[in-house]
Design a protein around this ligand. Structure first.
Ligand code: ZN
Length: 709
């Protein structure tokens, strides 16, 4: 679903899943050999916390993240194809290897039919570099021809709809590649009505900018200016690859930058967008036509196959004004340039290596500092997961997520939610009236574990073995039509927006669901390790998603997912005061990267981290008590269960990030850097202080200790 309403509520920054790579030397060299089924690759070993990894030369009460992570990080330098090295990377390789084995078998099985044939052919079309290099440029031609047919602004709705169907903004937002998730001019798709969450309505969002966030267009630092100059060079290069002369390409690139900058200036920043009311602006079709009279909305909606609805939700009314201004003043040639850029840009990863490499050079190397692409097979596995995820996901679940795992995961979620109930009941700052509402909301939350009960039917998607871009376009159009068909219909809470192998989790405030894909329910987060470690690692994740329903955004939605204030004014005021402690704690300069963290941007995620680890600790305490065991008695490895809880938590977040990627995350992502996600919540916890004997005044004891939930 179109996710601009749905608030940044997932666990990890978008950087991570694109980041996941362990060794640049692939254990599986070479492409598929024709005919033969390749031997299944051996699954790599997963990481888990081990007491020998603790760096005893560091002080647990000084910098717990370094204490837990420095040895692991030193032993796992960032590889050239990754923006980061982290303890989740072995898991990412593990998940991808399972998928690869399934795809290799499907591609080699010439008798395969149905879903197996589709995923096999899709993967094959991606792996076939020879055909991509030979034919890739020609695959662009249908899009370029359509754009060339634009002779006046009257043609814009038809051409933009064509591009939106082939390259929608919607479908892959959750699939972790932010650079691929944007559409030209604006975004369009279904959204749950904020006022009546049982219904799907249509939304129009700001968009049409290819750089990751507004800062890239608007910030006046030398660094940003330099990036903008490089971006214009990149756009020019892509036009040249598509066959334009360098003179024409330079002029086109300048036009693209002008239009995107004008759109950026009228867009809402990512902190303001965190207020659901700010992005909830109802407009009738008549009002849309009045706001942007030079764009034929009727024709656009018809071309998109969108049903007629009483109103549209517009995230940024001022953006529509800017759109009108651009349409009114720009020539057809300007629009051709702008739309050509988008067609080339969004197609580039699926063409020959010249396009793919140029795209990578800017969006990965320049923006995140990653010098090398992942090996081809890993890119192709990720792409199949992205576009045919629920077809491929079944194979993953069969290997990696047996019924026992699902059952234990379900129990853990239930235990953590019980901790939240107990916590709400004894909160001293919340009135009984608000508590009652909070408990109603909590009990109405639907928990989903692992994978969907019913798998998506992709049978209408036409997949061929020898045109990768056509496959991506077909999968995109399928998804966009599927999304648009939701408009005007009741919502389906059972649908998933992440695929089963995804190493992430999310809370959906409007659906009132918490969702944990099978891909994250693995080591080092969950699995064959002691209970304290499982509670510390995955327990915090579960608590984090649970708390999202009650963070600075989630608390504005009620049990039914409607945007409704269910707080008494006094409670809301006390909540804001408590949350401000966290906002202040996280707002600070990060000298090593030369950027400042905005605690208002990360408030929801930080509150969820703090509440999540607290709930996980409460749930573990309850379990130990029921079993008649102590959390504070040293066990065989010399550690107490309470210590292991915190160590396993920190270990699951160990990472080393390239400076470019870190800077990009701090300015544009609502998640704090891993070192802060570890140290700051723990420095707010008396239980941590107790576990490691930390004294007031030491860095790991924050003054004051912030606590909301
Ligand atoms: Zn989150």
């Amino acid at each position: 679903m179109f996710r601009w309403f749905a608030l940044p509520c997932c666990l990890l920054c978008l950087l991570l899943p694109s980041l996941a790579q362990v060794k640049s030397a692939s254990p599986f060299p070479g492409a598929l050999s024709a005919g033969a089924t390749p031997a299944a690759a051996e699954l790599p070993k997963l990481e888990k916390f081990d007491p020998s990894l603790v760096d005893k030369t560091k002080n647990a009460c000084g910098d717990f993240y370094q204490y837990t992570c420095s040895k692991w990080v030193a032993a796992h330098p960032i590889t050239p194809d990754m923006p980061v090295s982290s303890t989740d990377l072995p898991l990412f390789l593990y998940n991808q290897t399972i998928l690869r084995n399934a795809l290799d078998a499907a591609a080699a099985n010439k008798q395969a039919t149905g879903t197996q044939r589709q995923i096999g052919d899709y993967y094959q079309s991606c792996m076939d570099e020879k055909t991509r290099n030979a034919d890739g440029k020609a695959w662009l031609q249908p899009s370029l021809n359509t754009i060339a047919s634009l002779k006046s602004s009257k043609d814009l709705p038809r051409v933009v709809a064509y591009l939106h169907l082939n390259f929608p903004a919607a479908s892959d937002l959750w699939n972790n590649d932010d650079n691929y998730s944007k559409a030209p001019m604006f975004g369009f798709g279904p959204a749950q009505d904020l006022a009546d969450a049982s219904k799907m309505v249509a939304g129009i969002d700001q968009g049409g900018m290819a750089l990751p966030s507004l800062d890239y267009y608007l910030d006046n630092s030398d660094h940003s200016k330099e990036l903008r100059a490089k971006y214009v060079q990149h756009v020019q290069k892509m036009f040249e690859l598509a066959g334009d002369s360098s003179q024409k390409a330079a002029a086109e690139a300048k036009t693209v930058m002008e239009i995107e900058t004008a759109l950026a200036k009228a867009s809402m920043d990512n902190v303001t967008r965190r207020d659901p009311k700010a992005i909830y602006n109802k407009r009738t079709l008549q009002q849309l036509n009045a706001a942007v009279p030079d764009f034929g909305w009727d024709e656009y909606l018809q071309q998109m196959g969108a049903p007629s609805v009483p109103f549209y939700i517009v995230s940024t009314p001022a953006f529509l004004d800017a759109l009108e201004q651009q349409i009114k003043t720009r020539s057809p040639q300007d629009w051709q340039a702008y739309l050509r850029w988008w067609a080339i840009h969004r197609s580039a990863p699926y063409l020959g290596s010249d396009f793919e490499k140029a795209h990578f050079d800017f969006f990965r190397t320049t923006l995140t500092g990653t010098p090398q692409m992942l090996p081809l097979w890993r890119r192709c596995v990720a792409s199949t997961d992205n576009y045919l995820g629920e077809a491929l996901g079944q194979a993953y679940v069969n290997v990696a997520f047996p019924q026992e795992s699902k059952q234990r995961a379900n129990e853990l979620v239930t235990q953590i939610r019980a901790a939240l109930v107990a916590e709400i009941q004894q909160l001293d700052w919340m009135s009984d009236a608000t508590k009652k509402q909070a408990l109603i909301k909590q009990s109405a939350t639907l928990q989903k574990i692992g994978y969907p009960d019913q798998w998506r039917d992709y049978s209408s998607v036409k997949i061929v073995p020898d045109n990768y871009l056509a496959n991506v376009n077909a999968a995109n159009a399928f998804e966009m039509h599927r999304q648009i068909a939701k408009i005007g219909k009741p919502v389906d809470r059972n649908e998933w927006t992440m695929t089963p192998p995804t190493i992430n989790a999310y809370e959906d405030p409007q659906m009132n669901t918490i969702n944990f894909p099978a891909g994250i329910m693995q080591l080092p987060n969950f699995g064959n390790q002691d209970d304290a470690s499982n509670f510390g690692a995955i327990g915090m994740v579960i608590g984090h998603e649970t708390i999202h329903g009650f963070d600075d955004q989630g608390r504005k939605f009620d049990a039914q997912g409607n945007l409704r204030d269910w707080w008494t004014p006094e409670d809301a005021k006390r909540y804001d005061e408590k949350d401000k402690c966290i906002v202040d704690q996280y707002s600070q300069e990060i000298p090593e990267y030369g950027v400042k963290q905005n605690g208002n941007l990360t408030a929801g995620e930080d509150t969820a981290d703090n509440g999540g680890i607290h709930l996980a600790m409460l749930a573990l305490e309850k379990q130990y008590k029921a079993q008649g065991k102590s959390l504070d008695t040293p066990e065989a490895d010399g550690l107490t269960a309470r210590q292991r809880f915190f160590l396993a938590y920190a270990f699951s977040w160990c990472e080393d990030v390239r400076p470019e990627a870190a800077r990009s995350q701090v300015v544009s992502n609502p998640h704090s850097l891993a070192q802060f996600r570890v140290n700051r919540p723990l420095s707010n916890m008396p239980e941590f202080q107790q576990a490691f004997g930390c004294k007031d005044g030491q860095p790991m004891v924050h003054n004051p200790q912030c606590r909301v939930w």
